[in-house]
Structures are given as structure tokens and as C-alpha cells.
Design a protein around this ligand. Structure first.
Ligand code: PLP
Length: 400
């Protein structure tokens, strides 16, 4: 890491983050360049945001063109780009209607509000949503209350009521609750838990939950904020299971860095939001909608779902082989370009060590190395990540 001579200016920022001592000035594809001109290989994509990598030429053109026309009007007027984006998204996802917002947490807030509306029309006065332990749904009061993570809740009590936490990957618990308790209006899950440690449920789990939701007339909400938009090798992770939720949320990769989130719903959940019941000043404005439309064009045109599936599989196979005999590696798991390597001990310091090797990675849940490289990554770059990460892990475990 290059030393910076100027005084730290982040004294004016609230300490919600503790940033590493590096600042990037530009990017190209899977590479970022810092202020000293050093290049870093990006195996994180701004936490699953920049699926198209950095400075994708089509996005660059579209944003420049849109900035020269119109950035924002208001949802008080029709926004044709937003309407077109909604049409594209519902077609891809098999949903009926979309509400646009600006982040993942907001998309989940909308989903939670829709579930509560659904409860009230069924005369359930205190609606409850089943959520999973280990989950992460955001930092607003409702979404942190829904999250199954004591760390994100600490200090913010009283939490919102109306959430019932159950172990992830266990449909029997959900069945028992649905069979014996009143007031459940929805089950809300990540198809793969991202922040929780790349926890991939057993095949058939989501399908069982879908069937239970059907049988008990409760909504299935899937949070695809990290998994969605080709990350796992399909448009959406639930498509691996051949099911479809009633409500789903996306954000992160939808704008490739331009903030936009979406809550989609179908069937009985699609028409519960009515004028006045929810809104957003910026949600789906012309700039964000144009960005997202371009992202969808590129994901489709460059067949990035297939690319994520193929390169992800290659990385996973190599990691499995490379780390098979390394003591201290508990598990290697992944789906498409969402990969986790779990160690038997905390390994947060690997992030700074990787940075010194000019590689961007993340560690989540204390001991899981999380890799979310851009979907446009080449085979050569992917193998370089495998090589560097494998070496970092071996060095880290050997020296302990
Ligand atoms: N849901 C999931 C699964 C996430 O991974 C995240 C962010 O990491 C969120 C929700 C919250 O998204 P945002 O930070 O855009 O509010």
C-alpha cells in the first residue's frame, strides 16, 4: 500500500465504516487503480455491485447521454424509462409489478410493508414474518429487526416486532410454526445467505418452503439483493430450484453503481401498494432507470449468467483441489461467482494482507473469505484470484 502524505480528511465522516488506507481513482474491467497508479484486481465488485466491472463502455455512454437529457423529474409524472425497466424486469423474473427505490434495505422495507398489508386484508392485526437466523436484510429499523444478526441490532433496541427467527435451511421448523401459530403472513429468506457466510441451503429447501407457503396461504419473499442479476449463474438464484416467490427484492448490481433498488411482486401481492401507501422521491428516476436498462442489456448481450456459471465452477473446482489438504480450511462453497472459503478461525486480517498483494477480497461472518468478482472477469483473471487467495490462506494458516 502506498503511503499517503496528506492529512486524513475522514475525521468529518461518521464512523460507520473503517476504510482501508487506499483510495481508488479509476477502474477498467476487473481492475482498479489507486491514486499512486498501482493496479488492484477486484474480487469483490464493491460487494456484488459492479457485475459489469468498472467503466463498462456501454454504461459510460448511456449515463453520459442520459445526463445530457434528464436526470430526475418525479414520480408525480410518468417516467417512460422506468416503465420500460419494470416491463423488462417482470419478464425476466416472472413477476407482475415493480416498486423502485434506491437501495437494498429500501427494497426490503417495501417487501415487509407489502407483507403487512397482506396480513391486514386477511384480518391479521399483528402480522408476523418468519425470517432466518444468520440473515442480513439491511440497516433500516425494519430490515435490521428482520436480520438474524445480533451485531447489526445491538444498540438499536427496541427492535420492531413482527419477525420470528428460525434456523436457516430447516423447512420442518417453518412447517411446525405455520401449522400451530396464527398471524404468520410471510416467510422472508435469502436464497443464499451472503453476509452470513455464503451459506448455501440444501437442494430442495426453497422448494419445500414454497410449498409450505402455498399450503398455508402466506407469501414467500426472496431477498435477491446479493444473489440476483446473474451472480449465481442464473438471472435469479431461485431459478436454480424452479420455484417463484411472491415478492422479490433486488438492488446492488441493478445499477452497477448507480443507486437503484426494486421490490417486485406477483399475483395477490402485486396490487397491495396503492397511491399514498408507499413512495420514494428518487426511486426509478430517469438516470437510475437508464443505468439499469443498460445493465440488463449487457447482462443479456454478453451472456454473463453463463459466464458466471462457467468461471465460477472453474474457480470452485480449482479452490477445492488447491485447498483440499490444507488444515484449517473447513469448507469451500459457491454458486456461480459467489464463493466462500470457511476457515477454522477468524481471518479478518486477510483483507489487509490481500490488499498488500493488490487484491480486493472480503471476509464475512468472521471466518469466511468471500469472493464476488465482476461477472465480466476473464478466465485468466479468475485463475489469478485463485492463485493469490490460495497462497494467502496457506501462508496465514501455516504461520499461526
Ligand atoms: N439484503 C442483502 C441480502 C444484502 O446482501 C444487503 C447488503 O449487503 C442488503 C439487503 C442491504 O442492501 P443495501 O446496503 O443496499 O441497503
Amino acid at each position: 500500500m502506498s503511503p499517503h502524505t496528506e492529512p486524513p480528511m475522514n475525521q468529518y465522516l461518521m464512523s460507520s465504516y473503517k476504510p482501508l488506507q487506499v483510495a481508488f481513482e479509476s477502474g477498467q474491467g476487473a481492475w482498479l487503480t489507486d491514486r499512486e497508479g498501482d493496479r488492484y484486481l477486484d474480487a469483490l465488485s464493491g460487494i456484488a455491485v459492479c457485475g459489469l466491472g468498472h467503466a463498462h463502455p456501454l454504461l459510460q455512454q448511456a449515463l453520459a447521454d442520459q445526463a445530457g437529457r434528464l436526470l430526475h423529474t418525479s414520480n408525480l409524472y410518468r417516467i417512460p424509462l422506468q416503465e420500460k425497466l419494470a416491463q423488462r424486469l417482470v419478464a425476466i423474473a416472472g413477476m407482475n409489478k415493480v416498486f423502485f427505490c434506491n437501495s437494498g434495505a429500501e427494497a426490503n422495507e417495501a417487501a415487509i410493508k407489502i407483507a403487512r398489508l397482506y396480513g391486514h386484508i386477511k384480518n391479521t392485526h399483528e402480522p408476523v414474518i418468519i425470517v432466518a437466523e444468520g440473515s442480513f436484510h439491511g440497516r433500516t429499523m425494519a430490515t435490521l429487526s428482520a436480520s438474524g444478526n445480533a451485531k447489526v441490532q445491538a444498540g438499536f433496541e427496541p427492535l420492531l416486532t413482527g419477525f420470528r427467527h428460525v434456523p436457516y435451511n430447516d423447512p420442518d421448523v417453518i412447517e411446525t410454526i405455520l401449522s400451530h401459530e396464527n398471524g404468520i403472513v410471510a416467510v422472508m429468506l435469502e436464497p443464499i445467505q451472503g453476509e452470513g457466510g455464503i451459506n448455501i441451503p440444501d437442494g430442495g429447501y426453497l422448494k419445500s418452503v414454497r410449498e409450505l407457503c402455498n399450503a398455508h396461504d402466506v407469501l414467500l419473499i426472496l431477498d435477491e439483493i446479493q444473489t440476483g442479476l446473474c451472480r449465481t449463474g442464473k438471472w435469479f438464484a431461485f431459478q436454480h430450484e424452479g420455484i417463484i416467490p411472491d415478492i422479490m427484492t433486488v438492488a446492488k448490481a441493478l445499477g452497477n453503481g448507480v443507486p437503484i433498488g426494486a421490490c417486485m411482486a406477483r399475483g395477490k401481492a402485486a396490487d397491495l401498494i396503492q397511491p399514498g401507501s408507499h413512495g420514494s422521491t428518487f426511486g426509478g428516476n430517469p438516470l437510475a432507470a437508464r443505468a439499469a436498462l443498460t445493465v440488463l442489456d449487457v447482462l443479456e448481450g454478453e451472456e454473463l449468467a453463463q459466464q458466471a456459471a462457467a468461471i465460477g465452477q472453474l474457480m470452485l473446482t480449482r479452490f477445492e483441489k488447491d485447498l483440499a489438504t490444507v488444515r484449517g480450511v473447513v469448507a469451500v462453497r459457491g454458486c456461480g461467482l459467489m464463493i466462500g472459503i470457511e476457515l477454522d478461525r477468524d481471518c479478518g486480517e486477510l483483507v489487509a494482507r490481500a490488499l498488500r498483494q493488490r487484491l480486493l477480497i472480503n471476509v464475512t461472518a468472521g471466518r469466511v473469505i468471500r469472493l464476488l468478482p465482476p461477472l465480466i472477469i476473464t478466465e485468466k483473471e479468475a485463475l489469478l484470484i485463485v492463485d493469490l487467495v490460495g497462497r494467502l490462506i496457506r501462508e496465514f494458516l501455516q504461520q499461526e
